[in-house]
Every structure is written in structure tokens, then in C-alpha cells.
Unconditional design. Structure first.
Lengths: 502, 327, 233
């Protein structure tokens, strides 16, 4: 079948692009190396923080997504769009934003001191977790929200008609959805947190917070110990795959069947539920938007200091973002299956440094890697965004196949007509979200471009780092604000395109 | 979206690099090559002199050279630090510079035949004098100061300045380095991956002192007319940090490469580099420094390990740091 | 003639066998206790379910190995007969052009005619959700009409409708089937539907789909398993 062939090609490409670089690096090193004494501690810390961060992100996302799913209020659309923002900020900017809120001289401690309470420090394991929840809570919320919106409103009507108590309705309708969606969200966030490094170190407060990725960085750029870098990145891959297999095994459960597309109406929220929902939405908005607001505020002064080259960088970033978005979506469509999702996880599990170095080694004999810096970045960004796109697309893709496969087969729809008239239109909402996320993600991503950087082809995040590296903190914050606005704009456009009613 | 992609593809395709005989390829870190670094100025000055095309290729220097080996396109590597010279030298990829070293004005002897210094500075803790009226007057005073004094430093495993700090503590305290780090630990607010993150935290007011360079205040004086940022000078001495250029042995334009190495110590280059790279010129008498640099507090005593000593002490110094700060 | 030869289906520990023939243009009800395998039988004929053994053929031409769309039949399911995101026109156009291609003037004419046949003239621009239950059934029937297949399989298509509406739909179905000269096989759990629509009935019970027998006598004098299912009716 044509669909299967596409899936195999797409899967093979992912495997080739992730495992190829590891092989290239280990071949160059003449094998994989052993571990240093600190490495086991690093693995332990990496696992601990990733499990707690992913767990809390998903746990807090449940009430927030539920509240957003059943409340209509002014600014809801804007809030949902803004929720994407923390995820797409360059790490350094987001960390400065977080510290402006939770740091020693942050707003939060200012408040505590004003109330005569002892101040708290953000630096430590809890700081790492706060930061990771800040980055990933929005992602988890959106994934769960998508799950809630995928429950046909007929089901809620039915449960209201049956007079189910909230708890019973929850168990019948929402719990099965959570069982289906939450493990996957956990897995994706767990894998993101596995490769955290600068955030973990800065907010972890010191070498206690050493992650595997830091050890890879050290091995790669400081010790030039490729063998050790290769073996550490394999450890990271294995952890990610184990998490992925575990989550996908857990995430059983059927879809909800198709409903006729009506606006979701919920009948099950009483006055207490209303108050609780409002509280959760406010808490999440406060937690996520305050650091962003400070990033924006600090950036305002820097905006006029930006030179013409910032626009060139912005142009590069936009083209890379659009290119990776198209690529990622094309890649994700045939892979939106259980097996495909597992393969897709490889993309974020591999250290960007190893990925970049491996690609450099592979490409070098044929072309000058610098001359293809932007296309390579676009491909890598697509690869790295693939797991998110798949996590978002898969549940609905499966539901579509389940609901409409028989009718399509009975009509004898050609594969093209199926994709054009059934698959894509039915998938529009998650597709818009996935495309928006990919675009924003690759706007903000620094990963590989730093290795292949070229002054004429700098992207906006690289521009931000370059400014900071030259004392120009204000201009850097201005460029970061520009980046934030552009990323959000792209995210909003795509996401909105997916939600507008046809 | 299709349209966007075509534009993207077009932009990406417009990257054809042309090979010419008269091209000098210089590998340099991107803080050098970026718009705000000295790269564009170096390119302008040297091209006017040589009638050639100088092309910067930014990126990680040593990892890249090691990956490429003698296949490298580089003619010059610009921006190396002393912590990598040993490994770089061992590759045998670099050729002697043949530049007369007598014009050097470094605070120590330099007779390296391969690595040529073009500017230097020292590790130092920078503070804002409006916030800290009485900064520690010595390293010992810093180590024994009140735990309320908050420092941000860089990780010696991921940052050159971080490594310099570890060696600095090693040079000042020797066997007692770990004990010194243990006293410093409660004052270390956090450790960052690189210099930029630390400095950002400091300028945002999160920390009282930041590990940076003796030359950092020059930026604030010259670019911002801000004289509140000061380097705390310690009589125990400050660790010497120098940036280096080297000629690649396999260059296909050896004359151009030699010309560039000589250009590095020329007065033209040297008087530009201070404000270009916010560092002290390696071969320029103090009276010719830019005004802001003449105001700097500079240490009397300079600490420095030769590359062999540094290689030997590196693991010990980092381990002392790691152990003390992990408790 | 639709022939089921030595048909054997299996699902878990459930078995169904059939060995029977149905006349072209005939109308048959499929009736039997819940879970006896009525839908399973239709799914097998339509090609949605693999056979353990046996063959299905139409006028002597076996079509066991063909995909559902290549078989000489059209099927109406219990639900999901229309794509909810497409207008009725678009849904019907896909029945004419499964490759999604453009519909010419002739095709548009056909669609309009089919809609008029089922009493939905002028409603082609609506989406399924904007139609009532009865109208959705009519639209689905129009889809089957357009497919113009000699066999129509219907799996309790009107079970959600009220008695009056259902009777109306069955009459419409009869009219359409007559015009197309199509063999109709309709699963129902309502003996009145069977009496009204089908002169003959296939009884499915105890793992066997029996050869068709006259509907009236069968229902007047049902075998024990069917009698229990029909209860007092």
C-alpha cells in the first residue's frame, strides 16, 4: 500500500538522520568510550529531574486544560496562543525572565520581603523543575486540551442526559482520554528534559545539577573526547527509547468514535467547578505570563538599538522556520502511528551537539557544511519537532482512520482523495497546532546552527547570543522580544488557520 | 505555505561559495566574526593592505580543526586560548609564525614560536560600586567574606573563563584549593554554562559580583559612559588570559598567511583591537591605549600556568571545584 | 445471483457459516438474535472481514479477492455514512469520483437527481450536522443510489429513526432499489420492517446463516432461538 511505503521511507529517514551521526562520530573516535566518575551522578540527576519535571508538567496541565476546555471567556484564544510562548523562547532569555520573577531580586521575593516573610532561593533541584515546568506545562496543557476537544460533544450531552455526577462523567469520558493522551505527553516532555543542560546548570545552582548533556558538551567541545560523547549520547538515546516504549505501552485505550462536528458544550460544571477552573486558569496564566511579560518589558528599551542585520537574521529564521514546518508536516503525516511515534522520539533524544558534529563529518567530504547551514538547520529542526508533531497528530489521525476507513473503503477512495478530502481536513485542528509549534520551535532553536554558524547566515537566536556575548545585553533583550513576537505570530497564524471554521 | 517554502529554498540556495587563489580563510569564534566583534574591522583593514579577500569562517575552533585534520580549509586560526594550545600544538597542524616578538607588551615573557598573542586580559570579579561600597580587597577577603555576598561564576567544564577561575584558585591556594572553594560555595549563587549568561545575571542585578575580565569595565566606560562597574583587584594576583592566532601548516596561501600574522602585531591592528574585542592590546604601549582603558584597575601581579603545567593541574583544579560545590 | 459458497467466518470463539444464493433484484431481510452475526455476515460480503474459507460470487464471478470498492455492491452502515466535514454535495461527488476529481455538468445533474429522488432537493450545500436524522439517512441513501451497484447491503441503517420515518425510508429504499434493479440485503431487528420490505428473509442463528425463506411464514412460526429473541412480538 502506498501509505505504508511512505511510512517506511519517513521512518527510515528519521533513523538514518539520528543514528547516522552517532555512527559517524563513533567511527571517527574509533569506538565508544567509557564513563568518567562523575557521569553516573550525571545520569542519576538527569533521570531524577526529567521524571519529576515531566510528571509535574502533566499533572498541573490536567486541571488547566480541563478548565480551558470547558470555559469560554474573553481572551481565551489569546491565552491559548500565548501558552505556546515559553516553549519557544531561547533558553537564555527564558531563564533571565524566570529569574526576574523567582530570582533573589525577583518580583516573588520582593513580595515575600514586603510581607515580612523569609525569601526563597530558586537555585537548586526545585529551580530546575520550576523552569522545566515553565517550559513544558504549556505544551502538556495544549496536548491535553486537544484531547478534551477531541471528545465529541455528543458524549458530553449523553452524560448530561444520563445525569451522571461529575465524578462519574469524569471516569466515563475524561479518564479514558487522559489515559490515552497523558502518557505520551509525559514521554515527550521527559525526553526534552533529558537533554536539558544550560537551564539545569544555571537554575540547579552548580555542579550538583550536571546532566548527561553537559557531560556530552564537555566531552565534545572541551576535551574533544568523541568516544565519550558518543557513548553518553547513546545512554541518552536508550533512556529516551525506554521512556517512549513505556509510555506508548501505557497509552492504550480506544478513540471516542466520531461525532458530528458541533461546538463543545459542557453541562457538568457547577459553581464550585467554575471557581476552581477560574483559579487554575489564573494561576497558570500568572506563572507562565509573568516571566514573558518581563522579557517583553526588558526588551522594549532594546528594540530601537537593533541594527539592520537583525532583520536579515529574522528573515533567515523565518525561512528556516517555514521550511522546517513544511518538512516536518510532510514527515509526520505518514508517521502518525504508534510505531511512527516511537521512531520520531529519536529526534529529540539525540544530543544536538552529536547530531551536528555527526552531520558535519558526514557532509564534509562532499560539500562545505557552512554553505548548507540553513538547509541543514531546517532539516534538523524538522527532525527535532517531529516528536511534538506526532504526539499532537497521532491520536486524531488514528481516530480518523478508525471512523472513516470503512466508508472510504466502501467508496473506493484513491489514496490521494483520502488524504485530500478526509485525512487532511479532519486533521486540520491538530495540524494547525503542530505546524504552529514546529514553526515557533524552529524560530527559537539554536541547536545546530551554532555549530554551522556563518556571519551572513545567522539566525535570530544566534543573533541574541552574539549580542549578549559582546556586552550588548539591552540590544539582546530587544532582539529576544522581536524573536518572541515573530515566533508567537507564526504560531498564532498556523494554529488559528487550523481552528477557523471552514 | 508553499510560497513561503519556495522563498526559503531560494534563500538557502543563494549560498554558493566561490574558491579563489587570493582568499585567506580565517577560522574564528563567532564573538570575533559577529557584527559587534572585531572581525569586520580586521577584514576591512587587512584587505586594504593585502589586496586579497579575507573570509572569516566562524565556529568552534579546536573541535573543528581536529575534525578536519590536514584537510582543513583554514589558513589562519584566530581566537585560540591557552587552555587548548597544548592539544592544538600536538596535532602538528600549525606552522611557526616567524614574527618578531620584541614589540609585545604583555605583563609576562612570551616566546611561543607558533601561537601569537594579539590581546589579553585577566580574570576578575566585577561589581557595581553603587551597590557594593567595600568590595573584598583580596582573594582571601573574598573567600572569607560574608555569605550574603552573591557571586555568579562559569562552569570550568564548559567555559574558558570558568576554567581560568579554577586555575586561578589553584594558583592562589595550591593544595588548599578545595578548602577555599568550600568557603566560596555558599556565596556562589549559581554556575552558568558560559560567560554571557553570568554577565546577564549580573547586569540584571541578580548577583553582586560576576566572574569576568579586568577589561569589562572598559566597555561600560567607553560604550555607555558608565563608571560604576569596577573590577576588584586582589594582591594575590589575577589569572592571565590571552587570545592567540596561528598559521595553519597546510595553507595554500602561505605568503598571505605570513602577512596576516605580521599584521596582527601592527600598530594599526593593535590600536583597533582594544575597543574591537574589549581586551588589552598585546603589543601597544599603555600611552597609546584608548582613554577608557587607561582608567582600568589592573593587577600588579599576574598568575599564569604554562600549557604543560595547566594540563597537569586542570583535572585537579576542576575536581576541587566540583567536589566543593557539590556538597 | 449472489452466491455464498461454503462461507466460514471466525471471530474469537465465534463461528459463522453460510451456504446460500440470493436472486438478482431480490429483497431480503437479515434477521436473528443479537450477536448472532448479522452485521458480521454483511461485513464479510462487503469485504471488510477476511474469510476463513469459502467464496462469494456475483452471477458466477467470484469477488472474494476484491477490495470493498471493487465489489459490485454498495453498503450503508449503522453510522458514519457521511463525512461530517464535507457538504452533502461533496460527499455525493466522492461516490461518483472516488479519486476526488472534478464533477462535470453530467455529474452535477446526477447528484441533483439523486437528492431529488430522496427528497433532499436543494439541500446539497449543507453539512451533515445541519441535517436532521431522517435527512442524514436520506443523504446516505442518495450516496448509495449514485454508486449504482447491483447489490445494496444495509446494516440497520434506519434504526435510529421513528416508526413513521422508518416506514417512509423503507418505501423510498424499495423505490430506489426497483429503479436500479438492485438486490437489497437489509439487517433489521424489527420483524415489521422485514414484513413490510422483504418477501424473503435470511435467518442468522446458532452460527449459521440459513437459506432465505418466505418472511411471513418464518415470522408467524419462528424457530425457538428466534422466537425467544422476538419475545411477544
Amino acid at each position: 500500500m502506498a501509505h505504508r511505503a511512505f511510512a517506511i521511507i519517513a521512518g527510515a529517514l528519521v533513523a538514518l538522520l539520528t543514528l547516522g551521526p552517532v555512527v559517524a562520530v563513533s567511527l571517527r573516535a574509533g569506538g565508544v568510550g567509557g564513563f568518567a566518575p562523575g557521569d553516573w551522578g550525571a545520569i542519576r540527576f538527569t533521570l531524577t529531574q526529567a521524571v519529576i519535571s515531566a510528571g509535574l508538567s502533566v499533572l498541573f496541565a490536567i486541571p488547566v486544560a480541563r478548565a480551558l476546555a470547558r470555559r469560554r471567556f474573553v481572551g481565551r484564544g489569546a491565552l491559548v496562543a500565548l501558552l505556546g510562548a515559553p516553549f519557544i523562547l531561547p533558553v537564555i532569555v527564558a531563564v533571565l525572565g524566570l529569574i526576574a520573577v523567582f530570582g533573589n531580586n525577583g518580583i516573588f521575593n520582593g513580595l515575600l520581603r514586603a510581607l515580612g516573610l523569609p525569601s526563597m532561593t530558586i537555585y537548586g533541584l526545585h529551580g530546575v523543575i520550576i523552569a522545566h515546568v515553565f517550559f513544558n506545562l504549556p505544551l502538556a496543557t495544549r496536548m491535553l486540551l486537544q484531547g478534551w476537544l477531541a471528545i465529541p460533544s455528543e458524549r458530553f450531552r449523553l452524560s448530561a442526559g444520563l445525569g451522571l455526577r461529575p465524578w462519574a462523567a469524569y471516569k466515563v469520558l475524561e479518564w479514558p482520554m487522559l489515559l490515552r493522551v497523558a502518557p505520551g505527553a509525559f514521554a515527550v516532555i521527559f525526553v526534552i528534559c533529558l537533554s536539558s543542560f544550560a537551564v539545569a546548570l544555571t537554575l540547579g545552582g552548580g555542579p550538583k545539577a550536571t546532566t548527561v548533556e553537559l557531560a556530552i558538551y564537555q566531552a565534545m567541545r572541551f576535551d574533544f573526547d568523541l568516544a565519550r560523547a558518543a557513548s553518553l549520547s547513546l545512554v541518552q538515546l536508550v533512556l529516551a527509547v525506554v521512556a517512549g516504549v513505556g509510555a506508548l505501552a501505557l497509552a492504550r485505550g480506544d478513540g471516542f468514535g466520531s461525532g458530528l462536528d458541533r461546538v463543545v458544550m459542557r453541562f457538568d460544571a457547577g459553581r464550585f467547578g467554575l471557581a476552581l477552573d477560574t483559579l487554575w486558569i489564573m494561576l497558570a496564566a500568572l506563572f507562565l505570563l509573568m516571566p514573558l511579560a518581563l522579557v517583553a518589558w526588558n526588551g522594549l528599551a532594546g528594540l530601537p538599538m537593533l541594527s539592520a542585520s537583525v532583520w536579515q537574521a529574522a528573515g533567515h529564521s523565518m525561512s528556516v522556520a517555514l521550511g522546517s514546518t513544511l518538512l516536518c508536516i510532510l514527515w509526520a503525516l505518514p508517521l502518525a502511528t504508534r510505531r511512527g511515534e516511537l521512531i520520531g522520539l529519536l529526534g529529540i533524544a539525540l544530543s544536538p551537539l552529536v547530531l551536528g558534529t555527526g552531520l558535519f563529518l558526514i557532509l564534509r567530504p562532499y560539500i562545505n557544511p557552512l554553505s548548507v547551514a540553513l538547509p541543514v538547520t531546517a532539516v534538523i529542526n524538522a527532525l527535532v519537532s517531529l516528536p511534538f508533531a506526532l504526539r499532537i497528530l497521532r491520536p486524531e489521525a488514528e481516530a480518523i482512520r478508525q471512523d472513516h476507513a470503512r466508508l472510504s473503503a466502501a467508496l473506493g477512495l484513491t489514496p490521494w482523495a483520502w488524504v485530500r478530502f478526509v485525512y487532511l481536513p479532519r486533521l486540520r485542528r491538530p495540524l494547525g497546532f503542530a505546524a504552529g509549534l514546529t514553526a515557533a520551535l524552529s524560530m527559537g532553536d539554536l541547536g545546530v546552527i551554532a555549530l554551522f554558524a556563518d556571519p551572513d547566515r545567522a539566525t535570530l537566536p544566534l543573533h541574541v547570543y552574539q549580542l549578549m556575548g559582546r556586552y550588548q545585553m539591552e540590544a539582546a533583550q530587544g532582539a529576544a522580544l522581536l524573536l518572541l513576537m515573530l515566533s508567537l505570530g507564526l504560531f498564532w497564524l498556523f494554529d488559528r488557520g487550523g481552528r477557523v471554521n471552514a | 505555505m508553499t510560497k513561503g517554502f519556495i522563498i526559503a529554498a531560494g534563500l538557502m540556495a543563494a549560498t554558493a561559495a566561490t574558491a579563489q587563489d587570493n582568499v585567506l580563510t580565517v577560522y574564528a569564534p563567532d564573538y570575533i566574526t559577529s557584527e559587534w566583534g572585531p572581525g569586520p574591522k580586521i577584514e576591512e583593514l587587512f584587505e586594504a593592505e593585502c589586496g586579497c579577500d579575507l573570509q572569516f569562517k566562524p565556529g568552534d575552533l579546536l573541535p573543528r580543526i581536529l575534525l578536519e585534520g590536514d584537510q582543513t580549509e583554514a589558513d589562519i586560526v584566530f581566537g585560540l586560548n591557552t587552555d587548548v594550545t597544548k592539544k592544538a600544538r600536538e596535532t602538528g597542524l600549525f606552522a611557526p609564525h616567524n614574527v618578531d616578538l620584541s614589540p609585545l607588551t604583555l605583563p609576562l615573557e612570551w616566546d611561543d614560536a607558533i601561537f601569537l598573542p594579539y590581546n589579553y586580559g585577566h580574570t576578575a570579579f566585577i561589581y557595581n560600586e553603587e551597590k557594593i561600597a567595600n568590595p573584598p580587597a583580596s582573594f582571601d577577603a573574598l573567600v572569607n567574606s560574608d555569605d550574603d555576598l552573591k557571586l555568579v561564576i562559569q562552569d570550568p567544564r564548559t567555559s574558558i573563563s570558568g576554567l581560568a577561575l579554577a586555575l586561578w584558585v589553584q594558583a592562589v591556594y595550591g593544595d588548599q584549593a578545595q578548602a577555599a572553594w568550600e568557603k566560596l560555595a555558599p556565596k556562589v549563587l549559581t554556575v552558568t554554562k558560559g560567560w554571557s549568561e553570568s554577565y546577564g545575571l549580573f547586569t540584571d542585578g541578580e548577583a553582586d559580583m560576576v566572574l569576568s575580565y579586568t577589561t569589562s569595565p572598559a566597555y561600560h566606560i567607553i560604550a555607555e559612559e558608565d563608571r560604576t562597574k569596577k573590577a576588584a583587584i586582589f594582591p594575590e594576583g589575577h589569572y592571565f588570559m590571552v587570545e592567540l592566532a596561528a598559521k595553519v601548516a597546510s595553507t595554500d596561501v602561505p605568503e598571505l598567511a605570513d602577512q596576516f600574522m605580521a599584521f596582527v602585531l601592527s600598530e594599526q591592528f593593535q590600536s583597533m583591537i582594544a575597543t574591537g574585542n574589549w581586551s588589552i592590546p598585546a603589543a601597544l604601549q599603555q600611552d597609546k591605549w584608548p582613554e577608557g582603558f587607561k582608567e582600568l584597575n589592573l593587577p600588579e601581579k599576574v598568575l599564569f600556568y604554562s600549557e604543560d603545567e595547566a594540563a597537569e593541574l586542570r583535572d585537579t583544579a576542576i575536581e576541587a571545584w566540583r567536589t566543593a560545590l557539590s556538597q | 445471483m449472489l452466491e455464498l459458497k461454503g462461507l466460514h467466518l471466525k471471530e474469537g470463539d465465534f463461528d459463522l457459516r453460510a451456504d446460500l444464493g440470493l436472486r438478482a433484484a431480490g429483497r431480503y431481510a437479515v434477521i436473528g438474535p443479537s450477536g448472532a452475526g448479522k452485521s458480521t455476515l454483511l461485513d464479510a460480503i462487503a469485504g471488510f472481514r477476511p474469510l476463513v474459507s469459502g467464496a462469494v460470487s456475483w452471477n458466477g464471478q467470484p469477488f472474494t479477492d476484491l477490495s470493498p470498492a471493487e465489489r459490485p455492491l454498495a453498503m450503508l452502515f449503522q453510522d458514519n455514512n457521511l463525512f461530517p466535514h464535507l457538504t452533502v454535495d461533496r460527499n455525493l461527488a466522492l461516490a461518483l469520483r472516488p479519486d476526488g476529481g472534478r464533477i462535470g455538468a453530467e455529474g452535477r445533474e446526477k447528484i441533483a437527481q439523486a437528492l431529488a429522488d430522496v427528497g433532499l432537493a436543494g439541500m446539497g450545500g449543507r453539512k451533515p450536522a445541519q441535517l436532521s436524522g431522517g435527512q442524514q439517512s436520506r443523504a446516505a441513501l442518495a450516496r448509495v443510489v449514485l454508486q449504482e451497484r447491483p447489490i445494496m447491503l444495509l446494516d440497520e441503517p434506519f434504526s435510529a429513526l421513528g416508526p413513521a420515518l422508518k416506514a417512509e425510508m423503507l418505501d423510498l429504499l424499495a423505490k430506489v432499489a426497483d429503479r436500479l434493479q438492485a438486490l437489497v440485503l437489509i439487517v433489521t431487528h424489527d420483524p415489521n420492517d422485514a414484513r413490510r420490505f422483504a418477501p424473503e428473509t435470511v435467518l442468522v442463528s446458532e452460527g449459521i446463516a440459513h437459506a432465505p425463506q418466505p418472511t411471513g411464514p418464518l415470522l408467524d412460526n419462528p424457530p425457538p432461538a428466534l422466537a425467544q429473541y422476538l419475545g411477544g412480538a
